[in-house]
Design a protein around this ligand. Structure first.
Ligand code: DC
Length: 216
């Protein structure tokens, strides 16, 4: 079992960019668990599973679904997953389906085993609370709603998507609400996680603070 640095937080808190860079600096593997939920959502959507599908219906698709993580890369049914999971539509489905126990159970072992042979930086909504409660270091990143919506807007614009600031704000708020208020594994700070508000911090400043906590 390798060392795990667990980083949670809402969308737009900067956790993906920061987790990736921390992993690079430390020579750890980056585990993007949001991408796992997005990959499952893509499969369910492509299999025409409706949002209000029964557990049995979801389970029957997952039974024939293979999700593998190799050096941080994700393979869905054998194919390397790319930017097709980064659309707002798949973001929506991943938020909806990630509230389902049958989906979370499916991904639990896949996430845990990513640290079997590697030191990892695991990033998501429940890394510090559910998946790696025993992590070596835990962080909870946050930022103001405005800042997070602005970041989401710039991120999607950079990918060439047609979106307004208001749509980015609505998207961020809706997903926060759903991710924080669901019954299982809601987004919340673990008691022993270090909280960092990144609203007025640069990425480099945030990374320095986290590295200080890890090595200090
Ligand atoms: O971080 P992201 O936007 O790529 O995550 C997509 C969705 O997946 C998000 O709405 C919440 C869900 N998710 C989750 O429930 N648990 C995780 N560990 C990671 C993501």
């Amino acid at each position: 079992m390798g060392k795990v640095i667990a980083i949670d937080g809402p969308s737009g808190s900067g956790k993906s960019t920061i987790s990736k860079k921390i992993a690079d600096r430390l020579g750890y593997t980056y585990l993007d668990t949001g991408a796992l939920y997005r990959s499952v959502a893509l499969k369910l959507r492509n299999s025409s599973v409706p949002e209000d599908a029964s557990d049995a219906e979801i389970a029957s698709i997952l039974k024939d679904t293979s999700v593998k993580v190799r050096d941080g890369d994700i393979y869905l049914d054998g194919a390397l997953v790319g930017d097709e999971i980064r659309t707002t539509e798949i973001g929506h489905y991943s938020s909806v389906f990630s509230a389902r126990k049958v989906v979370r159970d499916f991904l639990f072992d896949i996430q845990r085993s990513a640290s079997d042979d590697n030191d990892i930086v695991a990033e998501g909504r429940d890394m510090t609370t559910v998946v790696f409660p025993d992590a070596y270091r835990k962080f909870f990143l946050t930022a103001s709603d405005e800042e997070r919506a602005g970041r989401r807007f710039r991120q999607l614009k950079d990918k060439g998507m047609d979106i307004t600031v208001q749509q980015a704000m609505d998207d961020v708020k809706k997903r926060d609400e759903r991710d924080s208020n669901r019954d299982i594994a809601p987004l919340k700070k673990a008691e022993d996680a270090t909280m960092i508000d990144t609203s007025s911090m640069s990425i480099e400043q945030t990374i320095d603070i986290i590295l200080e906590h890890i090595t200090g």
